[in-house]
Design a protein around this ligand. Structure first.
Ligand SMILES: [Zn+2]
Length: 300
């Protein structure tokens, strides 16, 4: 039997313009998907209302930049802000409890952060009804999933098998907003995503998300975590590093930009997405990061 073509997605947050590091990850996902004859879906992660509003017009600019580079997607754009009912239903189907901890209380009780994330030690899991009642008067609770101390392993096409502890992570924040870890999983299950290409800063959250996928009746995806673009200090590329968005680089044609992105993925300076696709499969450098040096992308 022939394997089903994979379904991957790109998921920009319209809270800023895409920079070359974002576009490079998008190109990598597009290439891995097209090389496998799969479908590449587009999901706008716009749940953070305040930040989306502050970056007025970013969604349209994000999508226009992707199209300019020839990164065309399949189907309609999916927006998280239009899917709140799905998230609400998912939370209702999971074992959860209210958490009243402040950031500081968690920092004091939790073990050392791992990749910037502190596993929640379960402080509020065993509060009595009376205690919860009392705390609600002082602080709106976050909703956490009760994971029962699970561990879960995911498969990454580059990193191999990656196992991690699943803590009782937040599903709904204290301010009522649905958490990133919940929304992406609900969407991936609902959209039929079975292959996830994204930056390797998210590798450590993959076991949590894959575990939740299974709780919601989905099959965990295969992951392809791609190295990020960093500046010369080794920090993730950001606006402070100078001219890093297409709007900052009007002297470069889409072909010039693609040539940089493609070369930094180890595929040579392809000037169109089709040319880059023809250069696939690249070697292992394809999954490596890149360095932003003297205003251009370079292999590390
Ligand atoms: Zn708590």
């Amino acid at each position: 039997m022939e394997a089903m073509p994979l379904v991957d997605r790109y998921a920009p947050s319209p809270t800023a313009d895409l920079h070359l590091g974002n576009l490079r990850t998008a190109l990598a996902g597009w290439l891995l998907t097209r090389a496998a004859g799969g479908r590449w879906l587009m999901r706008v992660e716009d749940l953070d209302e305040a930040r989306v509003r502050a970056a007025s017009g970013a969604e349209a600019r994000n999508l226009a930049d992707l199209e300019r580079l020839g990164l065309h997607w399949d189907g309609d754009v999916v927006r998280q802000s239009e899917r709140l009912d799905l998230y609400r239903d998912a939370v209702a189907s999971l074992p959860t409890y209210e958490c009243f901890c402040t950031r500081r209380e968690i920092a004091e009780a939790a073990s050392a952060p791992h990749d910037g994330y502190r596993a929640y030690p379960g402080t509020c899991r065993s509060l009595t009804a009376a205690e919860r009642e009392e705390r609600r008067a002082t602080r709106p609770p976050a909703i956490r999933v009760d994971s029962g101390g699970a561990t879960f392993a995911v498969d990454d096409v580059h990193a191999g098998r990656v196992a991690g502890l699943v803590d009782d992570f937040v599903l709904v924040r204290g301010d009522g907003a649905f958490a990133y870890n919940l929304a992406v999983v609900v969407d991936d299950v609902e959209m039929g995503v079975d292959h996830i290409t994204r930056g390797d800063d998210l590798l450590s959250s993959a076991p949590r998300q894959a575990w939740l996928t299974q709780q919601l009746g989905g099959s965990p995806a295969t992951y392809a975590h791609i190295g990020l673009v960093v500046n010369e200090e080794g920090q993730r590329l950001a606006k402070r590093d100078g001219a890093v968005t297409l709007a900052d680089l009007p002297h470069l044609s889409p072909g010039d930009v693609l040539a940089q992105l493609s070369d930094s993925l180890g595929l040579g300076p392809a000037r169109t997405t089709e040319e880059a696709l023809a250069a696939m499969p690249g070697d292992q450098r394809f999954f490596s990061g890149a360095v932003w040096r003297e205003g251009g992308l370079a292999q590390p």
